[in-house]
Design a protein around this ligand. Sequence first.
Ligand code: G
Ligand code: G
Ligand code: G
Ligand code: MN
Ligand code: NA
Length: 253
Amino acid sequence: QSLEKELADSIKEGQFFLLFQPQTSADGQLLGAETLIRWAHPVKGMIRPDLFISVAEETGLIRQLGQWLFEAVFRQIQIWRRQKVNYPHHLAINVSPLQFVDPSFVENLQKQVLYYDIEPSEIVLELVETGLLDNKHETLDKLHKLRAMGFKLALDDFGTGYSSLSYLKDLPLDILKIDKSFVDDLQTPSTLKLVHAIVDISHNLNLDVVCEGVEHKWQVNTLKEMGCRRFQGYYFARPLQADTLVDWQFAPA
Ligand code: G
Ligand code: G
Ligand code: G
Ligand code: MN
Ligand code: NA
């Protein structure tokens, strides 16, 4: 059976689940988490999102999957609240460009936060450049509405696309996520200088910076010296199950 066909059924059959990757301070204090979807396929085993998100986008199923994703995160927040555990105050959710350009995206999200009694200021929407490019007027209108509702807005994967500085100037954003490819390449002097400049610009524009894909202590130290205060990567933690996340504490190797 094709992946497309299976995707449609799998949403109904509850084969998707969420993991949460900690976002921390330089010394490993939990500041937030990014939600990462997984597909537990009954036959093929675990399928990574790199494979099925693009299929979902091509087939239009991403709208349904995106809807499921928000509901799954919001239900998880309700569970944490009921358990009276301390869950991270910023939960980041990846938004596919195709979800974002949907004319009813803002309205649907509004309904969901009301229904699940969610405080939008606890939610970070991770957006990518594609989709923010298309219709400038509509994009700005949506971003302003989402922010007025209280959501935090992050620009994900910064540095991988065209990453025009005009995004940072023109779009109402709260957070910039520096892509792993930069963090990997910090030993190259030109990359180091570029990342330093991006961090400075971001902070001058009142954007928080999250450094992604941090795998080594030297990377944390280097980035910290540049003024970075938020980190996400295997050095601190891999994506975790919900109940592991709330008990998680950084233990340096
Ligand atoms: O989760 P991983 O660890 O494998 O993520 C791989 C890619 O899939 C990343 O680009 C990530 O942004 C994307 N991704 C992971 N979870 C989600 C999700 O819930 N929604 C969307 N749209 N993309 C996701
Ligand atoms: O107020 P209530 O009894 O629902 O709180 C239960 C638990 O949920 C508390 O221990 C608190 O840590 C957590 N909690 C309540 N409200 C919030 C909130 O707005 N943000 C976060 N992160 N946790 C909350
Ligand atoms: O594209 P996006 O930034 O949303 O997705 C984050 C992706 O990076 C996920 O696939 C996540 O599992 C992965 N990731 C997070 N931290 C690390 C890391 O330290 N090393 C590697 N190799 N991947 C990471
Ligand atoms: Mn992301
Ligand atoms: Na990224």
